[in-house]
Structure formats: structure tokens, C-alpha cells
Design a protein around this ligand. Structure first.
Ligand SMILES: Nc1ncnc2c1ncn2[C@@H]1O[C@H](COP(=O)(O)OP(=O)(O)OP(=O)(O)O)[C@@H](O)[C@H]1O
Ligand SMILES: [Mg+2]
Length: 205
């Protein structure tokens, strides 16, 4: 039987004066795409932040496969394969697409020199899958918001992502750009991993 990628059980998260999450349980199977919908303040971002290690739950459990996991911080969540694409993009505008995708993990040659050829090849291979109209050398600051989001997605694809979380991914996209994003999310060739769209109802296809 196929195991869930992720299972949340009885998650409770309170902030002073607010019970943002009240006993939330949720299971994600491999390859599934989920859209989490709710009015402003419903707790969507809070739930994603609990998963992404940004908030610690007051109660409840998170499982990956058979194992209970604790997402002690964002880096730990990432190491476990939870990739979080925030609404506010976190790219270095002055750097190239390739440098942004592999920031902190640039391929090196002897004496620690960056292996630019390998970097460009690896990046262009990923960009080809996403079918985008820019390349490894393009400066990120010159890209549209939609294309910057594609860079974030490309970065997610370089790690062994088990789940990719988008927080309101369509908020700053045009209608045409939304179609491209949804195509990427629903492309079976891309969904070796599970993806979650999270958005308000107006954003959902
Ligand atoms: N860091 C925080 N400190 C205190 N309260 C918070 C914090 N983050 C969220 N909240 C509160 O928790 C509740 C859930 O907020 P959350 O941001 O998760 O909602 P949301 O569903 O993502 O809403 P939106 O559609 O506006 O993005 C709200 O009442 C919010 O004010
Ligand atoms: Mg939110």
C-alpha cells in the first residue's frame, strides 16, 4: 500500500488571544495536489508555517512515512524535503538565475573555484523541464514576477523535495501567468513530488 508523504494529526497552534489552528488533521499522498482555501485569517499560512518549521505547534504530530518528525526550523524542514515558496519571493535580484538556484551549493572545481560550466548545464537542464523562456545566465532582477516564481520552482526541483508548498502563489500573477503556473504544478512529469497550491478561492483554477 502506498504511504502518505505527509500526515498531520491534531495540530493546534495558538497565538496570544487567537486559536489559529484547532485540531487540524491532513494527509497528503504522493503526487497529489491540494488547494487549501479559507477566508482571511482562517489559518492557512499558519498551517503551512507549522509544516515548514517556521512555527512550532502547541499540540499535534507530523509524520513523514512511518516516522514522526519535528520541524524544528526552516532548514530542518528543507532538509526533510519540505520546500516552501513564499508569497514574497526570496531571490537575489543582482545574481543570475543559476546562482540563485544553486546559492550556497554552487558546484566547485579544485581549489574551490566555482564550476561555471557545470552550473550552467545543470541549471539549463532544469529550466528545460519548466519550458521557460530564459536561461541560466539571465539576471533575476530582469525577470517578471511569474518568471521569478519559476526560478523558485526550479530551486525546489534541485532538492529532493517531497512536498512543495506555495503560499498564495497567484497573488501577483496575471491571468496568463496563472495558467503557466498551474500547468507546471499539474504536469505529471514534474510531480515526482507532491505539490500543494495554497490560495484564496479566487486564485483556484
Ligand atoms: N505571528 C503571529 N502572531 C500572532 N497572531 C498571528 C500570527 N500569525 C498569524 N496570526 C493570527 O492567526 C490567525 C490565522 O492567520 P493566518 O495568517 O494563518 O491566516 P490565513 O488563512 O493565511 O489568512 P490570509 O488569507 O489573510 O493570508 C489570524 O487570526 C492571525 O491574526
Ligand atoms: Mg495567509
Amino acid at each position: 500500500m502506498t504511504e502518505p508523504v505527509l500526515r498531520l494529526e491534531g495540530i493546534v497552534k495558538t497565538f496570544p488571544g487567537v486559536r489559529a489552528l484547532d485540531d487540524v488533521s491532513f494527509t497528503v499522498m504522493p503526487g497529489e495536489v491540494h488547494a487549501l482555501m479559507g477566508e482571511n485569517g482562517a489559518g492557512k499560512s499558519t498551517l503551512m508555517k507549522v509544516l515548514g518549521g517556521i512555527h512550532q505547534p502547541n499540540e499535534g504530530h507530523i509524520y513523514m512515512g512511518d516516522d514522526e518528525v519535528v520541524m524544528a526550523g526552516p532548514l530542518e524542514a528543507k532538509a526533510k524535503g519540505i520546500v516552501f515558496i513564499h508569497q514574497e519571493l526570496s531571490l537575489a535580484e543582482e545574481l543570475s538565475v543559476a546562482e540563485n538556484i544553486y546559492l550556497g551549493e554552487l558546484p566547485r572545481k579544485s581549489f574551490g573555484r566555482v564550476d561555471w560550466t557545470t552550473l550552467a548545464e545543470k541549471t539549463n537542464a532544469i529550466l528545460k523541464k519548466l519550458n521557460v523562456g530564459f536561461n541560466a545566465h539571465t539576471r533575476v532582477g530582469s525577470l517578471s514576477i511569474a518568471n521569478q516564481q519559476m526560478v523558485e520552482i526550479a530551486r525546489a526541483l534541485t532538492v529532493d523535495a517531497k512536498a512543495v508548498i506555495f503560499d498564495e502563489p497567484t497573488a501577483s500573477l496575471t491571468d496568463a501567468e496563472k495558467v503557466v503556473l498551474f500547468d507546471v504544478i499539474s504536469d505529471p512529469a514534474m510531480s515526482r513530488t507532491t505539490r500543494w497550491g495554497i490560495s484564496r478561492s479566487k486564485c483556484v483554477a
